[in-house]
Design a protein around this ligand. Structure first.
Ligand SMILES: [Zn+2]
Length: 143
């Protein structure tokens, strides 16, 4: 639990900065950030209902809840996404289990004609037996 508490304390820093430094306010800031943390971990479509039930639990009025949401919750959710992007990756990369089945295209298969050109001193691909340079690879000016 130590590392987790440290992470939450770091995450709570902006809220802690707003306190007067008293233990009571610090604890309040920490528990608010823990709530924000938990909501931030929810899938986006589940956050709102969780925020609403939080407002009920704290018996906040609609306006109060909206204000809390705008000034604390949403910035803290954004802060969570910025501080712990790894915890949010599963939302953006849904088919992560499919990733391993994609093998990168072998570069040899890339149909780039120019890079497929034989070396100037390689046997000509037309099978004439001559060096490419002196056969099909001849420069027009070298007649
Ligand atoms: Zn040739």
């Amino acid at each position: 639990m130590g590392a987790m508490a440290e992470a939450i304390a770091a995450y709570a820093q902006p809220l802690i900065d707003e306190t007067d430094g008293s233990t009571e306010q610090m604890n309040k800031a920490l528990s608010i950030s823990q709530v924000c943390w938990n909501i931030a971990l929810l899938p986006e479509e589940k956050r709102q209902s969780s925020i609403n039930s939080l407002g009920e639990a704290l018996s906040m009025g609609d306006a109060e809840l909206e204000d809390f949401q705008r000034s604390i919750l949403l910035p803290m959710i954004r802060r969570h996404e910025e501080m712990f992007p790894k915890l949010h990756q599963r939302e953006s990369i849904k088919p992560s289990h499919l990733e391993s089945s994609f093998s990168p295209l072998p570069s040899a298969k890339s149909p780039k004609g120019k890079s497929q050109e034989p070396g100037r001193y390689d046997p000509c691909p037309c099978n004439s037996g001559r060096k490419y340079k002196f056969c099909c690879g001849r420069s027009p000016r070298a007649f």
